[in-house]
Design a protein around this ligand. Structure first.
Ligand code: TXA
Ligand code: MG
Length: 314
């Protein structure tokens, strides 16, 4: 049992968090998408502890977080396309999968020994300050027990991982609220996971529609386990009303237990998705019923998370 240190979002907290990372310890930190569970990506013992703390299968590779696009080029084979995407969307909720450099020097556990590496430059000021203070590559999955709802507050992280990690840097709620969009660039640009950057914005930059490979259950692609993001209660999708023993998660103007966005904003709905699921789950309802969400822009990431939350559990 480890005593988990709750660090404040100031210079002392950031310095302590960077020191923990340097010692091979696990530090959860806020990004604009969700809280990440960080470890030094060059240190196999530290990275192994991420998998242990989360109960995460070892074949599911991790995203490496760095402070800048320049730093990313130390670890992946860069390309004109990567440069254009990084210039447009970094720092921000976009992960690029690129061929890993032979001299990257990262733990094989990070990539699950794949020849590619998932890498991103997060936009959250605390994440950026931590990455700059630490100076090295930080491997970080979402800071939740594997398969459960992703954390968007320090309290969510504590509820799931307290006693299993050294520290949490508390930066308040995450503004975007769903994980980064993952784009494969090892061949034809391929969308591997819907996320906080809308597909439409990437397509507008590239000037053509993206190939997609977001199949649930396909493990060679992005750890896209069919069942994921699961609350304790089962989920019923496309609900317009709730049965007596159900709670209802709404969208748009309607009567419901909690509303993702009463005005029908998909940006607001993404930010509320995981906190509302955490809150409804705490009410111990028989079932969480969820209203239909438009399948466009950030709605695609929301629907992807909801489908996985509703999928049969292993
Ligand atoms: O927003 C995010 O991306 C958050 C924050 C903390 O940055 N992180 C996150 O990590 O969502 P995680 O581990 O929950 O999801 C990482 C995804 C997994 O689905 C994994 O399979 C995929 O990235 N992935 C990692 N390396 C890959 C690779 N080389 N090729 C394809 N997919 C990869
Ligand atoms: Mg995750």
């Amino acid at each position: 049992m480890t005593q988990t240190d709750l660090l404040s979002p100031d210079a002392a907290g950031i310095a302590r968090a960077a020191q923990y990372l340097g010692q091979g310890a696990l530090v959860a930190f806020p990004t604009e998408t969700v809280y990440g569970l960080g470890a030094d990506a060059r240190n196999s013992l530290a990275v192994a502890r991420i998998f242990e703390a989360k109960g995460r299968p070892r074949f599911n590779p991790l995203i490496v977080h760095v402070a800048s696009a320049e730093q990313a080029q130390d670890y992946v084979e860069w390309s004109d396309q990567a440069q254009a995407l990084a210039a447009a969307f970094w720092p921000g909720p976009l992960t690029l999968v690129l061929p890993i450099r032979p001299d990257a020097g990262l733990s094989d556990l990070v990539t699950a020994a794949l020849p590619s590496l998932a890498i991103r430059v997060p936009a959250h000021p605390l994440a950026r300050a931590l990455l700059t203070a630490f100076g090295g590559p930080v491997a970080a999955p979402s800071a939740n027990p594997s398969g459960r709802i992703s954390p968007t507050t320090a309290a969510h992280v504590m509820a799931g991982l307290s006693g299993r990690i050294e520290a949490v840097l508390d930066g308040g709620p995450c503004p975007v609220g769903v994980e980064s969009t993952i784009l494969g660039l090892t061949g034809t640009p391929t969308l591997l996971r819907h996320g906080g950057l809308a597909q439409e914005r990437i397509e507008a930059l590239l000037g053509h529609p993206l190939q997609q490979d977001t199949t649930p259950g396909k493990l060679t692609a992005p750890g896209q386990m069919a069942s994921h993001y699961a609350p304790n209660a089962p989920i019923r999708l496309n609900a317009t009303t709730a049965a007596p023993d159900e709670v209802l998660l709404g969208f748009g103007p309607m009567g419901c237990t909690l509303n993702l966005s009463p005005t029908g904003s998909l940006t607001e709905a993404a930010a509320n998705l995981f906190p509302h699921l955490h809150a409804l789950d705490a009410q111990s309802a028989a079932t969480i019923a969820v209203a239909p969400i438009p399948d466009t822009g950030l709605g695609r990431a929301i629907n992807d998370r909801l489908r996985r939350a509703a999928a049969p559990r292993p």
